[in-house]
Design a binder for this molecule. Structure first.
Ligand code: FMN
Length: 360
């Protein structure tokens, strides 16, 4: 079994210097026009300095209508390029490979932020206050695909090593994948293969315009009762993705130790079938070096972490010691500030139960 400090290769030959991946974390630190702030850059650079093999940015919207949170940086316009270029250039001074996570919130892009009714694959109930999403017309779906492609192109121009397409956690790509949220009867709806069309068209479109060296990673939630994705659907989606020119897959498990009814973890089940065909990154509740090694032992090529990297920005360097078990939550605001989280980000983390000493 590989160890955390071993390098690995994506399908396009991009070499990742070790097995630690900083998973995407929305941090609300950027500007209202979607340009990157110094705080957001500093947060990411500190983790690159801390040795992460891959540094993934927060989810970044490809259209103004897709913004999910205040303070989210955008990748929908050329005015974002200077900030993106500055971030990519600074990240390159470290060994990390840099990925921008690109997404559209769909029915989870609140009207209070976008100023318009949320849109999705179908008309879907959102909440009492938000009402329902409207269904994107076929033309609008085409425009959204084109926005994803242009966003990826901007990331390449800025100097990033790749993009991660955010197909997890119930956002627009997932809303197209899910049988509950996608009830379309045009080319973008139907059986799981047809519901995957939106994602496949984005991938093919990006591949046509970027160099082979520019990596495309896809993040998926393997199971979601809410939007209607089963493990069997996910296996079909992965089989379709393997046929495309994507370079790695990222599964978001929230808890990598949780066993399904068949007594297997999701990571072990998917890696045992697909790891030989595509590198798989798995993320969810990893804290110690022992946890991380377990993920590798289950067949994943790399281990994603989010929360532990907030108070412990050097996690990726320290995890190569097999006894590493960093201090657990809660953390004081000062501890988080000293790890390069701005007051805005610390405030956001107060909403994550048990994470900040004076939070929820
Ligand atoms: C503050 C915060 C923000 C997050 N934002 C994103 C995001 O923008 N995109 C995404 O795919 N996942 C996001 N996630 C989920 C993480 O990438 C990760 O999958 C999850 O936190 C489980 O990993 P962990 O147990 O190591 O934290 C976020 C998690 C946290 C804690």
């Amino acid at each position: 079994m590989p160890s955390m400090d071993e390098s690995w290769e994506m399908r396009n030959g991009l070499v990742i210097p070790n097995r630690s991946v900083l998973a995407a974390m929305t941090n609300k630190q950027s500007h209202a026009d979607g340009t990157l702030s110094d705080e957001e850059m500093r947060f990411l650079l500190r983790r690159a300095e801390g040795g992460f093999g891959i540094v993934t940015t927060a989810a970044s919207h490809v259209q103004e209508s897709g913004q999910g949170w205040e303070g989210e940086f955008g990748v929908w316009g050329d005015h974002h390029l200077p900030g993106l270029t500055s971030l990519a250039t600074q990240l390159k001074q470290h060994d990390s490979k840099s990925f921008v996570q690109i997404f559209h919130g769909g029915m989870r892009a609140p009207s209070s932020i976008t100023g318009q009714q949320a849109s999705s694959a179908s008309v879907n109930f959102i909440s009492e206050s938000e009402g329902s999403s409207r269904r994107l017309s076929t033309n609008e779906v085409e425009e959204t695909i084109s926005s994803f492609i242009k966003a990826a192109q901007r990331c390449e121009t800025a100097g990033f090593d790749g993009v991660e397409l955010h197909g997890a956690h119930g956002y627009l790509i997932a809303q197209f994948l899910g049988s509950n949220t996608n009830r379309r009867s045009d080319a973008f709806g139907g059986d799981v293969e047809q519901r995957c069309t939106f994602l496949l068209r984005i991938i093919r479109g990006i591949r046509e315009v970027v160099r082979n060296e520019f990596a495309i990673m896809v993040r998926l939630s393997p199971v979601s009762d809410e939007i209607g994705i089963t493990m069997e659907d996910t296996k079909q989606v992965i089989e379709l993705l393997i046929e495309e020119k994507i370079d790695a897959l990222h599964i978001s498990c929230w808890d990598i130790f949780e066993k399904q009814d068949n007594n297997q973890t999701i990571t072990r089940e998917l890696c045992s079938i697909y790891s030989d065909s595509i590198p798989i990154v798995s993320t969810g509740s990893v804290w110690s070096a022992e946890d991380a090694q377990l993920v590798l032992d289950q067949g994943a090529q790399a281990v994603g972490v989010a929360r532990v990297a907030l108070p412990h920005p050097d996690w990726a360097s320290l995890v190569t010691d097999s006894t590493y078990n960093p201090k657990a939550a809660p953390f004081t605001p000062e501890e988080l500030r000293s790890a390069d989280l701005s007051p805005t980000f610390v405030e956001y983390m107060r909403r994550w139960r048990g994470f900040v000493t004076d939070g929820r």
